[in-house]
Write a new protein. Structure first.
Length: 515
C-alpha cells in the first residue's frame, strides 16, 4: 500500500522538476545573447599617418584581358570607388599580344609593340598605372615549349641571357620613348611570377637569379630611377637566398615582392604545419619576410605583397591592419572576374565561391569590392584606439571614419584558392560596443555595413533560384541588390557609446562628421 504522504511529496517534487525543465528550455529557445567586443577610439588623438597600402595595386589575370570592354568597366568602378592606383597582371609578352608576330606580310624579326601600347594606353586612360610583371617568355627567345594556361604563356628560360637582356632593354626604352621617363619611373617592374613553381618556371632557382640580374642591369642601364624588384615567389619562398645573391652581385632591389595566401601549406611557409589560424598566416608571414629583409644589407627595402586573397570582409580588414608598417603595398588577386587564368568560368555566381574576383562577371559587386569601398572612406591620419578589430582615422576635412569588424575564420583550401566549393565560417554574431572619446552625446553618425548578406549579390541570386546563366533582367536585379545600402543613421550615447551587431565576417564603417 502506497504511503499517501510520500506519494504527495513525490508529485510535488516531479512538478518542480518539470517546471524547472520547462523554464530552462524556454530560456534556451530564446535569442542567445551575443558575445561582446569592446573598443575605444580617441577622436582627438592622431598617432601618425595611415598609409592606404591596400589601394596601391590589385591583380588581374593577363595583359590581353585588359583590352575587353567589361574588364575596363570594372576597372573604372574599382579606381573611382576604391582608389585603386595600379594593376598587376601576367603575360605582357604572351603570344596572343603578338610581340614577335609573323604573318604573310610581316616577318616577326623585330618586336611589335602595338598591342602592348594598347594595354598601357588603356590603363592610363582609366586613371591607373601598371605594376609590370615581366612575363612570359616570347617564343622566339624561349629555350623550350612548356606553357601555362589555355593562352599558352611560355614558362621556359631564355635560350641566352644576353638576348633576353637586349629584348628587355628595347622594351623599356620603347616605353620611355612613348610615355616619358617621368611617367615610366612610376611603373615598377617585377621580374617574372612565382618562379619557385614548376607550372610558372621550368628553370632552376639559379636560372631565375640570373634572369633577375640580367633584367635589373638592362633596365637600370636606361635610367637608374626606374624601379625593379622580385623575386615574386609563392609562399614567401627563396627570400634569404635572393637577398644573398643580390648582395653578392651588388644588385639593386627597389622593392622585394612575394606572395602568400591564407591556405598555403604552413610547413612550407613557417617550417611547421598548422602553426597559426588562417587569419594570422599572412600577417605572420609578412612579419617573417620583413625580419629577413631587415637583417640583411637591404634593410628598409619596401616589402610588397603582390598576391594574396580573401573573400571575407572582416578577414580583409584584419589582415590589412596587421600588415600596416610591415608591408608597403598589398595587391589582392584579382579585382575583376573577367578572369581566365584558371579557364573560362562556367558560372556568374555559385555557392561556396571563395575564389578570386572581387567583382563578378557583368559588373556585379561582391562583398570584397564593397569592403575596399568602405576602406577607401578612411582618412590619411590614424587615430588612437584600443587593440582589437578596429581601424580608426581622421580625414582632411576634420571628420573621422572608423572601421570595425567581427573576425571569423573562413578556411581556404591549400593549393589553388577557389578549388574547393566548401565554404565554412567559424565564428558567431557579436555585439561591438564602441566608445568614441571626444564625440558629442546625441550626435548623429552614419554607419555602412558589408557582410555576406548586405553588400552581397548572393541573397538576391538565391531568391531567383540560383541561376547558372541569369537573364539580363535577372542580372540587373542581382547587380542592384549587391550595392552598398544607404547609411544607417545612429546617435551616439551620452558616454560616447555606439553599439553595433555584426554577423561573423561582418564589417561596418562609421562616419563621424564635423560638429
Amino acid at each position: 500500500m502506497i504511503n499517501t504522504f510520500r506519494f504527495l511529496k513525490l508529485l510535488i517534487l516531479l512538478n518542480v522538476m518539470f517546471s524547472s525543465t520547462s523554464f530552462s528550455l524556454n530560456k534556451k529557445s530564446s535569442q542567445p545573447v551575443s558575445p561582446v567586443e569592446k573598443i575605444e577610439v580617441n577622436l582627438k588623438q592622431t598617432i601618425g599617418d595611415l598609409d592606404h597600402i591596400w589601394s596601391k595595386c590589385a591583380g588581374s589575370d593577363r595583359a590581353a584581358i585588359t583590352l575587353r570592354e567589361q574588364w575596363r568597366a570594372d576597372l573604372t568602378r574599382f579606381h573611382n570607388e576604391t582608389g585603386l592606383q595600379r594593376v598587376r597582371f601576367h603575360g605582357i609578352f604572351a603570344e596572343e599580344l603578338g610581340v614577335y608576330s609573323s604573318s604573310i606580310l610581316y616577318s616577326g624579326k623585330d618586336p611589335n609593340w602595338q598591342n602592348i601600347d594598347r594595354v598601357y594606353d588603356g590603363l592610363l586612360d582609366h586613371g591607373v598605372k601598371p605594376l609590370i610583371e615581366l612575363s612570359f617568355m616570347p617564343k622566339k627567345l624561349a629555350s623550350g615549349k612548356s606553357t601555362f594556361g589555355f593562352y599558352a604563356g611560355n614558362i621556359t628560360p631564355p635560350t641566352g641571357m644576353a638576348e633576353w637582356g637586349s629584348f628587355i632593354k628595347s622594351f623599356v626604352q620603347h616605353l620611355v620613348d612613348r610615355y616619358g621617363i617621368d611617367e615610366v619611373s612610376l611603373w615598377p617592374f617585377e621580374v617574372w611570377n612565382e618562379p619557385d613553381l614548376m607550372f610558372f618556371w621550368t628553370g632552376t632557382q639559379a636560372d631565375y637569379f640570373q634572369l633577375y640580374k640580367t633584367t635589373v642591369n638592362a633596365i637600370k642601364s636606361i635610367d637608374a630611377k626606374i624601379q625593379v624588384g622580385g623575386p615574386a615567389t609563392s609562399s614567401i619562398q627563396w627570400i634569404p637566398e635572393f637577398l644573398a645573391f643580390c648582395k653578392e652581385n651588388s644588385l639593386p632591389i627597389d622593392f622585394l615582392s612575394t606572395h602568400l595566401y591564407s591556405g598555403d601549406n604552413q610547413a612550407n611557409v613557417f617550417g611547421k604545419a598548422n602553426l597559426y589560424p588562417q587569419t594570422e598566416v599572412i600577417p605572420r608571414g609578412m612579419a617573417l619576410v620583413r625580419a629577413q629583409i631587415d637583417s640583411s644589407s637591404y634593410r628598409g627595402t619596401p616589402l610588397w605583397l603582390t598576391e594574396w586573397s580573401s573573400d571575407s570582409p572582416a578577414a580583409i580588414a584584419h589582415i590589412i591592419k596587421s600588415c600596416l608598417g610591415v608591408c608597403q603595398l598589398m595587391s589582392q588577386w584579382v579585382f575583376s572576374n573577367t578572369y581566365e587564368e584558371l579557364g573560362v568560368s562556367p558560372y556568374i555566381l555559385r555557392e561556396g565561391d571563395n575564389s578570386f574576383g572581387m567583382m563578378a562577371v557583368g559588373g556585379i559587386p561582391k562583398p570584397q569590392f564593397n569592403t575596399y569601398k568602405l576602406l577607401h572612406m578612411l582618412g590619411n591620419k590614424r587615430l588612437a584606439s584600443s587593440d582589437g578589430p578596429v581601424l580608426a582615422s581622421h580625414r582632411d576635412n576634420g571628420s573621422c571614419a572608423v572601421a570595425v569588424w567581427n573576425l571569423a575564420v573562413v578556411p581556404q583550401a591549400s593549393g589553388i584558392p577557389g578549388a574547393s566549393w566548401d565554404r565554412k565560417v567559424i565564428g558567431e554574431q557579436k555585439q561591438i560596443q564602441i566608445i568614441l572619446k571626444g564625440a558629442h552625446p546625441g550626435q548623429s553618425v552614419k554607419v555602412f555595413y558589408v557582410d555576406q548578406f548586405r553588400g552581397s549579390p548572393l541573397p538576391e541570386w538565391r531568391k531567383l533560384g540560383s541561376p547558372k546563366y541569369p537573364t539580363m533582367a535577372q542580372m540587373d536585379l542581382i547587380r542592384k541588390s549587391a550595392e552598398l545600402a544607404p547609411a544607417e543613421i545612429r546617435k551616439i550615447g551620452r558616454k560616447g557609446e555606439l553599439v553595433l551587431d555584426l554577423p561573423p565576417e561582418g564589417m561596418a564603417l562609421i562616419e563621424i562628421g564635423v560638429r
